[in-house]
Design a protein around this ligand. Structure first.
Ligand SMILES: Cc1cc2nc3c(=O)[nH]c(=O)nc-3n(C[C@H](O)[C@H](O)[C@H](O)COP(=O)(O)O)c2cc1C
Length: 187
């Protein structure tokens, strides 16, 4: 029998906006997620994760920006995809921009900071899952355009968006292409 933490880890899934119901996610719940994120480990204690929580009008504006950027930049425009970008915002209770802040001295290689941000996201995702909040990390191709939307600090950039919302339906069990044993060498 697996212990509770293992169960939470193994049952966490990517839950997409089309699966969310209209139930609100409270500020308290989002703060609980962000508090968990803040306990991620970091080399040299740079704590590079930055989050921008978008709700209400800000969320709608982000949808309009992403849709317009898609229309402007894509080489293979699809009307359906264009509409879906704004629709995802409407379906989500909130969207959290996942950002990375480099420290002035660039104390550690950037990959370590990306790794630390990803660990923060995993913490947040697991806690969300425990609170029955679904979410997923979206990494749109035009993420490098986000400086036109956010007022970034020097050395700050976005790595993606965490869409979130409550959901009723049962989420399909997860799958992995190979077992942990297949990915491990014991020496
Ligand atoms: C860094 C990162 C970026 C991701 N980007 C996307 C994305 O752009 N679109 C998407 O549908 N899923 C994205 N995902 C979610 C993965 O597709 C998902 O985690 C994977 O299919 C495993 O499913 P699970 O999360 O339910 O275990 C991303 C996940 C990570 C960690």
């Amino acid at each position: 029998m697996k212990n509770t933490l293992q169960n939470v880890i193994a049952s966490r899934r990517s839950v997409f906006p089309s699966q969310y119901n209209k139930e609100a996610v409270t500020e308290e719940e989002i703060k609980t997620m962000l508090e968990a994120a803040n306990w991620a480990p970091t080399h040299r204690r740079t704590e590079p994760w930055r989050f921008k929580v978008l709700r209400g009008d800000a969320k709608t504006e982000l949808g309009s920006f992403l849709a317009a950027t898609y229309k402007e930049k894509t080489e293979k425009f699809s009307e359906m995809k264009y509409k879906k970008i704004s629709e995802k915002m409407t379906q989500s209770a909130a969207v959290i921009a996942i950002c990375l802040q480099r420290d002035e001295k660039a104390s550690v290689p950037e990959w370590e900071e990306v790794a630390a941000v990803a660990m923060a996201v995993q913490n947040m995702w697991l806690v969300a899952h425990e609170m029955k909040i679904g979410g997923y990390w979206s990494s749109p191709s035009f993420i490098s355009e986000m400086h036109h939307f956010f007022n970034f600090n020097e050395g700050e950039r976005c790595l993606g968006f965490f869409y979130l919302g409550k959901y009723d339906e049962t989420v399909a069990p997860g799958t992995r292409n190979s077992s942990s044993e297949d990915k491990t060498t014991w020496l």
